[in-house]
Design a protein around this ligand. Structure first.
Ligand code: SF4
Length: 149
């Protein structure tokens, strides 16, 4: 109850006077500058989803009821595909495959080497890719229609 009261006080003082007695925590630098290159991190092994308490990404995307018209313009733009391969994949190990909650981004092995695949129809519009990409190379734009989660 004390937490709710303090939260309410903080919210109303900020709303009315633009000032909070508790101050604002600062992050120091933008989120995308906090990513470490692959060589400086150890992989985290996650248990496979059990379908009871934990679920795979695409089942959850289905439950979000997100829907896009087939023929609408692509709302996720990668400015420079060469940079995406040279940096996002080669240096950072493809973090988009992990931070995107909807499995939109995949690095797929093919005959001509690895390829960046964008499953834009799965997007749940959280905008993480726009913020988190280490090179700010991905731009999320508002999709057409009101089919979001
Ligand atoms: S906006 Fe969110 S759900 Fe959509 S592609 Fe970016 S990270 Fe994935």
């Amino acid at each position: 109850a004390a937490g709710v009261a303090l939260g309410g006080l903080d919210m109303w003082l900020t709303e009315l006077f633009g000032w909070s007695p508790f101050g604002t925590m600062s992050h120091g630098k933008p989120d995308h500058e906090c990513l470490l290159p692959l060589e400086k991190v150890k992989p985290i092994r996650y248990e496979k989803p059990d379908g009871v308490l934990t679920f795979d990404k695409l089942s959850s995307v289905f439950l979000s009821n997100t829907n896009h018209e087939e023929d609408q313009p692509v709302h996720l733009q990668v400015r420079d595909m060469g940079l995406q391969k040279a940096s996002e994949h080669d240096v950072y190990g493809g973090p988009s495959q992990r931070y995107c909650p909807a499995g939109v981004y995949e690095w797929v092995e093919g005959e001509g080497g690895v390829r960046f695949q964008i499953n834009a129809q799965n997007c749940v519009h959280c905008k993480t890719c726009d913020i988190k990409d280490p090179n700010q190379n991905i731009t999320w734009t508002t999709p057409e229609g009101g089919g979001g989660p």
